[in-house]
Design a protein around this ligand. Structure first.
Ligand code: C5P
Length: 220
């Protein structure tokens, strides 16, 4: 089976940059499953669905048409045909996404879509439950971590344009999101069986990419 590389880990661990880099180096496709949960959340907020009400979220989960591209140099994400790449990155969406992604009806729908896209393989897939649920047979499974401090600093840098996103605020919001993501009942963030843990705190991006490429080479 063509290669599937599962990249799981908490927010700010450097998953996106590393996953895209690995996909480029190996000529593979790339799927950002977090963007799909964000797109669902963006749509729920726009529709005025109370995101903290799991029944209300579940009742509407089948409605939005979410499509994701797989180009590591510009993975487009659309909802009902409209590009939502930028609006799904706002703090409002970021702070609501854990509630929406904890709803089983949301996960069932998006996991089915993700498996369709993964198809025959040849892809790097990043998320929280790729090695555990979405693609448990992936040849390479990585659990990417970094210290809480390093992760918060990375996120704050990404959000530098937002004056309210200081390192302190970002750190608190991130800790809350990671707590919700790892304690929910439906597919919580967890290190998959067979996953190799890479702590990126003291590593540069190239070193993380190289570590994953070594694992991929060892598999082929
Ligand atoms: O990776 P990113 O930070 O963009 O993910 C946003 C959110 O989507 C996560 O905090 C989590 O709640 C949810 N998510 C998930 N399962 C995945 C990917 C993301 O529940 N496979």
């Amino acid at each position: 089976m063509p290669l599937v590389i599962a990249m799981d880990g908490p927010s700010g661990s450097g998953k996106s940059s590393a996953s895209k880099g690995v996909a480029r180096a190996l000529g593979l496709r790339y799927l950002d499953t977090g963007a799909m949960y964000r797109a669902m959340t963006w749509w729920m907020l726009r529709e005025g669905v109370p995101v903290d009400d799991p029944a209300a979220v579940a009742a509407r989960a089948a409605e939005p048409v979410i499509e994701s591209g797989t180009d590591p140099d510009g993975p487009a994400i659309t909802v009902d045909g409209a590009d939502v790449s930028a609006p799904i990155r706002t703090r409002e969406v970021t702070n609501a996404v854990s509630a929406v992604s904890s709803v089983p009806a949301v996960r069932e729908r998006l996991v089915a879509l993700q498996r369709e896209i993964i198809g025959a393989g040849g892809i790097v897939v990043e998320g929280r439950d790729i090695g555990t649920v979405v693609a448990p047979d992936a040849a390479v499974k990585v659990y990417l971590t970094a210290s809480e401090e390093v992760r918060a600093a990375r996120r704050a840098k990404e959000l530098a344009a937002d004056p309210a996103a200081s390192v302190t605020v970002t750190r608190a919001e991130q800790a809350r999101r990671d707590r919700l993501d790892s304690t929910r009942t439906a597919s919580p963030l967890a290190k998959a069986g067979g996953a190799v843990e890479i702590d990126s705190s003291g590593l540069g991006l190239d070193e993380v990419i190289e570590a994953v490429l070594r694992l991929a080479r060892a598999m082929s």
